[in-house]
Write a protein that binds this ligand. Structure first.
Ligand code: AMP
Length: 197
């Protein structure tokens, strides 16, 4: 059974917004798959939230409330579960959507980062012209585990010199302490914080 709390670094206003979200509904619908993709991993299957229209609406509204006044011009989604809410939020905020993808998937000139993750190593890429110095960027992914994927994404986006970069997750696995891998001034928000790994 998971215990749910707000993320540590949320502002008062953000906390009020997150409280208004129906966490119980999301928790009830979040499927856990033990030992996937390898033994020892408790895989949080967010597709069980994406397939439920009420859960989609809860998450979409909560994200909109969190970010509606931040002047965001680009939302970066991390392949592939990060694409879902990133693109719907981009539409609501009248911002652009930018994909971060696995190597060899993006057709134009890219920059890349390689990093370690909870299971194995990986590389991610972004189009070099996807972001410029006038952009205020939110990077979104479904889940914060060790933080390796998002930290690589954060470095990647920073190389393109935007005005500001913020970070968002649907779910944080608090026990893995992924937050500690980020610089102290990183603005990180998440909708659900689950105890454990
Ligand atoms: P990490 O880089 O360790 O923070 O891992 C985050 C990425 O791996 C995200 O894109 C997640 O989709 C995926 N991931 C890692 N661990 C899990 C887990 N226990 N349940 C679901 N997704 C996970």
């Amino acid at each position: 059974m998971f215990h749910v709390e707000q993320c540590h670094k949320t502002t008062t206003q953000n906390n009020q917004n997150i409280k208004a979200m129906n966490k119980e509904l999301l928790l009830k619908n979040l499927r856990n798959i033990p030992d996937f993709p390898i033994p020892g991993i408790q895989f949080k299957d967010v597709t069980s939230l994406f397939k439920n229209p009420d859960c989609l609406r809860e998450m979409d509204d909560a994200l909109y409330e969190l970010y509606k006044d931040k002047g965001i011009t680009k939302i970066v989604g991390i392949e592939s579960r990060g694409f879902v809410m990133a693109s719907s939020l981009a539409l609501r905020l009248n911002a652009g959507f930018v994909p971060i993808r696995k190597p060899g998937k993006l057709p134009a000139e890219t920059i890349s980062e390689t990093y370690g993750k909870e299971y194995g190593r990986d590389t991610i890429e972004i189009h070099k012209d996807a972001i410029d110095e006038n952009d205020v960027v939110l990077i979104h992914d479904d889940l914060l585990a060790t933080g390796g994927t998002m930290l690589a994404a954060y470095h990647l986006v920073k190389k393109l010199n935007p005005k500001k970069v913020m970070i968002n997750f649907l779910i944080e696995l608090e026990g893995l302490k992924g937050r500690n891998t980020f610089p102290a001034d990183a603005e990180i928000e998440c909708l659900l914080t689950l105890e454990g790994k």
